[in-house]
Design a protein. Structure first.
Length: 386
């Protein structure tokens, strides 16, 4: 992986990709066999879900009335996704997914399905006709061989969707360890997928949801288990992914919050140390950046690009040295100014004292002279009238 260049998270944090097991899904509905439906019962006019004809729902088989799932419940669906060419109306099957469980309104699945499912009853089968914006957008999806949209290539999506069941979610703390790890990993992988598509805001939402299932501080395990280390590893993994997205979004304070959580458990984590250094560097906290960079240089991990770390370290040391020099000059000026002021005050005091002394001496001179004149006048008067 390329730490300095912050490569996609799937290359940085994907050692725990796992497939759901029967044990990890024991709180979910049993697998429902695929049903055959009679198209003759479909309604004539599709339901305009959003009121702008960008998302239409055509009921093929109604479900149990008044059994629509609500937000933050777990729904289980099967669906087939088709691409329909706008020019030729030809359709192409993209993927077939059976018995997929997800949290409603939690960005776990295609928006077109997430929105439509909230207007479907348990057991309902429907066709969903969707603009690309509610599926993979104009950029398409290379992983699923869905092309990007251009002037010569436009299409829409059709989803053959069936809602099997849904249920309320139990408290996270009451879930089994397998279930907690399963849901955390599922949401993390969804976040990775959205990150690769540069949908950072939704990726962040998925990562935060993933964290809840492995946060043993907020949701402690009800019993001691040797797999506690797996929770810590997964927690570190997802927090590192959060830090990466925040860093790319220039959200440096949030990035630091995430890496601090990682370093609390693993003080020498390479990815966390680099992201911490990068965030501090961008915030201008060069003196705080240096220790993290030095730890990276001491690491024997081959993922550390030491040339780039050294480059950052040199910049930080120059910045800190310049700051200290400027600080020293400022203090010197302040001290010099203070000393000069004191000297001026002393000189001024001495001058005032001299003036006062001269003034006092003059007064005594005038008094003496006056006394002498009066004495002379008196003596002359005595001689004259004698």
């Amino acid at each position: 992986s390329n730490i300095i260049d912050t490569r996609p998270l799937t290359k940085l944090e994907t050692p725990y990709e796992q497939n759901p097991t029967k044990e990890s899904l024991n709180s979910l509905p049993d697998v429902v066999p695929e049903k055959k439906h009679d198209d003759s019962v479909s309604q004539t006019e599709p339901d305009d879900i959003l009121g702008n004809k960008s998302l239409l729902k055509e009921i093929i088989t109604p479900g149990t009335p008044n059994t629509r799932p609500i937000r933050n419940t777990v729904a289980t669906v099967s669906y087939k996704l088709f691409l329909i060419d706008d020019r030729t109306s030809n359709s192409r099957l993209i993927e077939t997914i059976t018995n997929e469980s997800f949290f409603v309104n939690d960005s776990d699945i295609l928006p077109a399905i997430d929105i439509s499912i909230q207007l479907m009853d348990r057991g309902e089968h429907a066709f969903i006709y969707s603009d690309i914006r509610h599926c993979y957008g104009e950029m398409g999806c290379e992983e699923k061989q869905i092309p990007s949209v251009s002037s010569n290539n436009s299409y829409r999506m059709k989803i053959d969707l069936e809602l099997h069941d849904w249920k309320h979610v139990p408290d996270i703390q009451t879930l089994s360890i397998d279930e907690r790890l399963f849901w955390s990993d599922k949401k993390r992988q969804r976040g990775n997928f959205l990150y690769r598509r540069k949908d950072s805001s939704t990726a962040l939402q998925c990562y935060r949801s993933s964290l809840k299932f492995v946060d043993t501080d907020e949701y402690p395990l009800l019993e001691e288990d040797e797999r506690l280390s797996l929770f810590i590893d997964r927690y570190i993994q997802v927090q590192n992914n959060l830090a990466q997205v925040h860093l790319l979004n220039n959200q440096y304070e949030q990035c630091l919050d995430a890496v601090n959580q990682v370093l609390k458990y693993d003080s020498k984590n390479i990815k966390a140390l680099f992201r911490q250094a990068k965030a501090l560097f961008e915030l201008g906290n060069y003196d705080q950046t240096i220790p993290s960079l030095k730890l990276l240089l001491q690491s024997q991990n081959k993922d550390v690009e030491k040339d780039k770390v050294n480059e950052m370290l040199n910049i930080c040391e120059i910045k800190v040295a310049k700051y200290k020099k400027n600080e020293k000059e400022i203090y010197k000026r302040m001290f010099s100014s203070s000393t000069s002021t004191k000297i001026d005050q002393k000189l001024q005091t001495k001058t005032i004292q001299k003036v006062e002394n001269k003034t006092n001496n003059a007064w005594w001179t005038y008094i003496a002279m006056g006394s002498a004149v009066l004495a002379a006048v008196g003596l002359a008067a005595i001689i004259k009238y004698r």
